[in-house]
Design a protein around this ligand. Structure first.
Ligand code: KIV
Length: 273
């Protein structure tokens, strides 16, 4: 049974998220990439759905998030918005769709909003993409920031390890978070940074801070749906809690079906016309 105190019918908006932070109510966010799962996630009472560029990994099977295209992200986001009534839907801007210049960033964000029905976009980075974020915000498009481990920069970082352990990187992250807050971003994702640092950031900014591998001192949490449902057995970082073991359930169900078909047990008399 849900212990959720959120009004389960009222549409989640960026201003409701700000109110939730003010009254200390935690924000629950998950990723989704398709209609069926998005509908289930929404009906279960999630506040925010991220159409993450992690679609590149869990939907397409790429090793990194870099190859996914703007058209593919728009397709996934459209599938999700078709299934969602209450949650706020945020779509990731994919690698290459915003880094080169503010005009390209704005055009990419406008395409996402017009063609997918998503209600906000998320971009990875701080001061280096300041002008792009400013152009998108100026067009009235809500922006969620993303700092710490930013997977689109995996080749610069040399892997997916914890970020901002050293003081200089931590200081830069705090400055970037403050900048995003002052610019008017409605939320910030902090990925895989020390819990103490994430807590400090959440205390210093007005926008809600959503953590993944960033401890409990932030304003909300996000996980990749397939990971928390236990569909991705090979991926077991310390921060991940599995709420189901769906790969086993799915495997068993399909084995059972194969046996039934082979043994002419399916379909039976009640399952035919
Ligand atoms: O793409 C994604 O799923 C994300 C989350 C891990 C925050 O950015």
């Amino acid at each position: 049974m849900s212990t959720n105190t959120v009004d389960n019918k009222r549409k989640v908006t960026t201003s409701r998220l700000a109110e939730m932070k003010k009254r200390g109510e935690k924000i629950a966010m998950l990723t989704a990439y398709d209609y069926t799962m998005a509908r289930l996630v929404d009906e279960a009472g999630i506040d925010m759905i991220l159409v993450g560029d992690s679609a590149a990994n869990v939907m397409t099977g790429y090793a990194t998030t870099l190859p996914i295209t703007l058209d593919e992200m728009i397709y996934h986001a459209k599938c999700v918005t078709n299934g969602v009534k209450r949650a706020l839907v945020v779509c990731d801007m994919p690698f290459g769709s915003y880094q080169s210049n503010p005009m390209k960033a704005l055009e990419s964000a406008v395409r996402i909003m017009k063609e997918s029905g998503a209600e906000a976009v998320k971009l990875e980075g701080g001061r280096e993409i300041r002008e792009s974020i400013a152009a998108i915000l100026a067009a009235g498009i809500p922006v969620c920031g993303h700092l710490g481990l930013t997977p689109q920069s995996v080749n610069k970082f040399g892997g997916y390890g914890i970020r901002a352990k050293e003081e200089a990187e931590a200081q830069r992250l705090i400055e970037d978070a403050r900048m995003l807050d002052e610019m008017g971003c409605f939320a910030l994702v902090l990925e895989k940074i020390p819990a103490e640092l994430a807590k400090r950031v959440a205390e210093q900014v007005a926008m809600p801070v959503i953590g993944i591998g960033a401890g409990a001192g932030v304003d909300g949490q996000v996980l990749v749906l397939q990971d928390m449902l236990g569909m991705n057995d090979g991926f077991a970082p310390k921060f991940l809690r599995r709420y189901a073991a769906l790969s086993e359930t799915i495997h068993n169900a399909i084995e059972h079906y194969v046996d039934d078909v082979k043994n002419v047990d399916f379909p039976n008399e009640n399952e035919q016309y």
